[in-house]
Write a protein that binds this ligand. Sequence first.
Ligand SMILES: [Zn+2]
Length: 163
Amino acid sequence: MIAAESKQNKTKITKVTSFAAINECQLTKDKSLHSLIEINPGEIISEFGSKEVLDTPNYLTVQISDSEHIMLAPEFLQYINHSCSPNVFFDTTNMVVMALQKIEIGEEFTFFYPSTEWSMDQGFDCLCQSENCLEYIQGAAHLPPEILRKYKLSQYIEQKLEN
Ligand SMILES: [Zn+2]
């Protein structure tokens, strides 16, 4: 209880749009995006576009083709972290962020990085704590197809799997 309280005191919350806020942990400086509203599965949460298009990936980019990695606009979308049990999906064909599950007020938005990323420039140990956590995330190219098939994937990743 004490731990939970002090943790909360050390989180800076900044509202960035009508429906979302960035939570920043004052200890680790980790940022995450949280919902300010209730969202139903299938609902479009936001449109997105590219602030910049890069030809190589970095930890903030979203992949839209073999050679195009976009820096997200609006920028706050870049604070949507990875989870192996995601609640949103980046649809890179229609350029919208869609809810995969019911999202409650205060809940963190998460997406499955390999649903858009074929091979990330740096992998990381996942700490999402979901039951089906895949533990090490480095993009779709590094996961067995039968695991990927359990997730909603971008058209780009679907095409890569067929080849
Ligand atoms: Zn995980």
